[in-house]
Unconditional design. Structure first.
Length: 182
């Protein structure tokens, strides 16, 4: 079954995907200028200790890089861990692990509208709701939905809107069974 109602974790994942492209100083280099006939593209950014990510819930600073994982902290037990390809691997709020995926989901760079991908991961954190027959294995499906201007207190920036869907193993099995019944 697919996680049906957007949980706190799913809402955070959506906000991270949109915000990561526009809030850190080095992200200003993300979108390559394109002619009207070309699709906007973004190369994978590389962040450095001290880079800032300004979100509605605080200013996160890149405090360390652990084995190709960027660790952004806002203090007070708030951290986001992003793989080198910017997939969320861990979210910690008020000192509690809200999401812990291994390995970190991977986006395929450069980004452009319409691009998508899938990955498998092990869900290692408490579930947002009880799920029957959950094994801990999840599928993550991501898609670049749009390239749009986003207005923030720091200004207006071009950004890619990326959506992610998390499916449990039982959801994929149910979908496969229903498609084989046709």
């Amino acid at each position: 079954m697919t996680l049906s109602r957007p949980s706190l974790v799913e809402r955070l994942i959506g906000l991270v995907a949109l915000a990561i492209c526009l809030t850190i100083p080095s992200a200003l280099r993300l979108v390559v200028a394109a002619s009207a006939a070309d699709k906007p593209r973004a190369e994978r950014p590389v962040y450095q200790i001290g880079d800032k990510w300004i979100r509605t819930d605080g200013i996160y600073v890149l405090v360390r890089i652990d084995k190709d994982v960027y660790v952004f902290s806002a203090g007070g037990g708030k951290e986001f861990h992003l793989g080198k390809d910017l997939g969320i691997t861990k979210i910690i709020l008020e000192g509690r692990t809200e999401l812990d995926l291994e390995p970190a989901p991977r986006f395929s760079w450069p980004l452009e509208v319409g691009k998508w991908g899938t990955t498998r991961a092990l869900w290692r954190s408490p579930l947002p709701q009880p799920l029957p027959n959950f094994t801990g294995s999840v599928g993550l499906i991501w898609q670049v939905d749009a390239h749009e201007d986003v207005t923030t207190p720091a200004g207006t920036f071009p950004a890619f809107r990326i959506t992610q869907k998390i499916e449990t193993a039982s959801a994929r099995q149910a979908a496969a069974a229903s498609s084989s019944d046709r």
